[in-house]
Write a new protein. Structure first.
Length: 618
């Protein structure tokens, strides 16, 4: 159905609408109380649309809509669709998929505290998102000093005869050796959660009560440990700033605007004390009203965090504040108030957050400016050293990884404008080479990469391939081969055979960091402090990391397959399900009988066979 016909027939009900471009990509997601009225408003004669909306409408080739029962359902669905599709013309929280979280695995018998970048509905508690990975790891180090929870990787502590070093240095309670019961361990987990929630005052009371009880029962060693924990928490509380006389939980959110970018600063106030601050950046804010930007941030931020305070102070009024407050109240399980204070202490708090946002925005601008200059200098220096006509915009680096010729793989890593373009990384299984022959493997991967470029260009010209489906449709300005003259000669031979000998290619040897050119007898030695060399080292190291990671994955699958093939009753289907459930042989070894039996396709007899076989191998 044509777009015009869809607009005519759209119902006057609450829901979400999605504009798509010719390639089928979602470019905008919106919600409406009446889909019919909202969508038609885009095309009314005389409607004054912002340049961004006009650009979106020019690209829109299709429209989809999803009807909901209420405006609340439309709001929730809009949030989820924006997070899934990250449409070009929506206001987006920058890089929200990569923000780190602290995870407490409450679903496990003996929970752990971890850093993760994926939020799953797995029964764990997640705290975040945080914008600084360094701050998260520092928090984790602090938690390990204060609270002795286990840090081993297994979901279930492996049975051991003797506890590990962490137990002896008082960094673990030793559940693997039954040195702590589940109830006592869970008490410590509750204290960790209180700490992460910012409820240190409650934690202090709890620790003091436990310390006094231990002393009353003449358990002086335990009382001393609790005293040390108490003192550590009290030191942290002393550093926190009291910003409210009432012991309230609040978030304070203020905004500073830049060109097509906004910085939102969030102050986290728990129990009347300022316990932390994070700066978040939104992109796609050009020509948007301040209230619209604030509303987009509030929705996206609280859609991916577990804790919602009872009061949220904002620097801007937002449209549909009642609906957003009702949604937040539903998330919290209690009333949430959105306020825009105009005077008094709360207004001062918002003003302080706004000042921090402005400073963070300016700092980010200066850092980007310095980064751009450093990259431009490095690329210019590289072009001069290698005799290139102009600085290379797109660099590709190739590396081979194998162990004695087994599971030989190759990586292709791409840098654009001096920065990793991770979505364009590619990896290859070597098909035609037997044994450890890096030269032949390099020849194969270069041939396949350039042949794919030629194929995709033909398909794009014929209209049988969409632009967003192409994976090899761009050629590099410079190719770097991880290796010396031999690897470079093999790559150049493949390039010539494919008709791409004109692309500059150099080998980068690891030991002395020398660059080899096909037509120069002498190696090129860049100064150690050279920005051009540092850029090439980053490129080469990334290619090596990417290749080695892929090789390890294949080797792990091969080892898992070969071991499980020896177990009676475990065929291809059960083997595949076991690998999907546990991912590694070590994880299967650590699994209990009950966990093995719960795997799809398994039963008690098959689980016992796997369980006993793997323990016999030890």
């Amino acid at each position: 159905m044509a777009l015009a016909d869809k607009i005519k027939n759209i119902p006057a009900r609450p829901g979400v609408y999605l504009y798509k471009d010719e390639a089928g990509q979602v470019i905008y997601v919106g919600k409406a109380v009446s889909l019919k009225n909202r969508v038609r408003s885009y095309f009314q004669a005389g409607a004054r649309q912002s340049p961004k909306v006009q650009a979106m409408l020019r690209r829109a080739a299709d429209l989809e809509y999803i009807v909901t029962d209420s405006e609340m359902e439309a709001l929730i669905l809009e949030n989820n669709l924006i997070k899934e599709h990250r449409p070009k013309y929506n206001v987006l929280l920058k890089d929200d998929k990569t923000y780190p979280y602290i995870k407490v695995t409450l679903q496990e018998e003996f929970p752990r505290v971890q850093v993760t970048r994926r939020v799953l509905k797995d029964g764990a508690r997640y705290f975040g998102p945080f914008t600084s990975a360094g701050a998260v790891h520092e928090t984790l180090r602090l938690l390990k000093k204060i609270f002795p929870l286990r840090s081993c990787q297994q979901r279930q502590p492996a049975g051991r005869q003797r506890p590990c070093l962490n137990y002896h240095i008082k960094r673990c309670l030793g559940p693997c050796c039954n040195l702590v019961d589940r109830a006592a361990y869970r008490e410590t987990v509750k204290e960790v959660v209180l700490f992460l929630e910012g409820r240190q005052e409650d934690l202090i009371k709890r620790l003091r009560r436990r310390m006094e009880e231990a002393a009353d029962h003449l358990e002086f060693e335990k009382a001393a440990e609790l005293r040390d924990q108490l003192q550590a928490v009290e030191k942290i509380v002393e550093r926190q700033k009291v910003v409210a006389t009432d012991p309230v939980d609040q978030d304070v959110i203020a905004m500073a605007r830049g060109f097509d970018e906004a910085c939102l600063t969030v102050f986290f106030i728990r129990g009347g004390k300022l316990i932390g601050r994070e700066n978040y950046f939104l992109e796609g804010t050009d020509a948007r009203e301040r209230g619209e930007v604030m509303a987009a941030f509030v929705q996206q931020f609280y859609n991916q965090t577990e804790f919602v305070p009872g009061e949220i102070l904002l620097s801007e009024e937002i449209a549909g504040a009642d609906l957003v407050a009702a949604w937040l109240s539903e998330l919290r399980g209690g009333k949430v108030y959105l306020k825009v204070p105009q005077r008094g202490d709360k207004h001062k708090l918002v003003a302080m957050a706004a000042q921090n946002a402005l400073l963070a925005l300016e700092q980010a601008r200066l850092e980007r400016q310095a980064d751009r200059q450093a990259v431009a200098d490095a690329l210019g220096e590289l072009a001069a050293a290698l005799g290139l006509p102009q600085p290379p915009r797109r660099l590709e680096c190739y590396d081979i990884s194998n162990i004695q010729g087994a599971e030989t793989v190759a990586s292709m890593v791409v840098f654009e404008e001096g920065k990793p373009a991770r979505r364009q990384y590619r990896r290859f299984k070597i098909r035609t080479v037997e044994g450890p022959n890096d030269f032949a493997a390099m020849q194969e991967v270069i041939s396949r990469r350039l042949a794919r470029y030629r194929e995709e260009q033909q398909q794009l010209a014929a209209g049988t391939l969409a632009v967003h489906q192409a994976k090899f449709s761009s050629l590099p300005d410079l190719i770097i081969i991880d290796g010396g003259k031999g690897q470079l000669a093999a790559a150049r031979q493949a390039m010539a055979a494919q008709g791409f000998a004109h692309i500059p290619a150099f080998g980068l040897a690891k030991e002395e960091e020398l660059l080899f050119a096909p037509d120069r007898p002498e190696a090129i030695r860049l100064p150690r402090e050279s920005r051009a060399l540092q850029l090439l080292q980053r490129l080469r190291d990334e290619a090596h990391r990417f290749a080695v990671t892929y090789h390890r994955q294949l080797r792990s699958k091969r080892n898992l397959k070969s071991i499980l093939d020896e177990i009676e009753g475990i065929g291809p289907v059960r083997r595949r399900e076991l690998y999907k459930a546990f991912a590694s042989l070590e994880a299967i070894k650590q699994a209990t009988l009950e966990e093995l039996a719960r795997v799809p396709g398994m039963n008690k007899k098959a689980a016992e066979a796997v369980y006993l076989f793997l323990r016999e191998q030890e």
